[in-house]
Ligand binder design. Structure first.
Ligand SMILES: [Zn+2]
Length: 75
């Protein structure tokens, strides 16, 4: 799995159940080797947790999510 694929599957990973066991394993292996993706993942994970815990998922405007994605893309 390369960086591009990891980034694409980041949300699938965080959302659970969507990735196969094999994919999850490859995903985790990549994170261990790749510092860039690891940082990106940790950032997303925190954001994800924050959104979930506060039940913000439905109240976040698309523009805000787009802005976050832009920030992440620049990592
Ligand atoms: Zn990577």
């Amino acid at each position: 799995m390369d960086c591009e694929e990891v980034v694409k599957k980041l949300y699938f990973y965080l959302d659970h159940e969507i990735l196969t066991e094999e994919e999850r394993r490859e995903f985790e292996e990549h994170l261990e080797k790749c510092r860039q993706c690891c940082q990106k993942f940790q950032f997303e994970q925190q954001l994800w947790r924050l959104i979930r815990e506060n039940g913000l998922m439905e109240s976040i405007p698309d523009t805000f999510l787009n802005r976050i994605e832009n920030v992440i893309a620049r990592f």
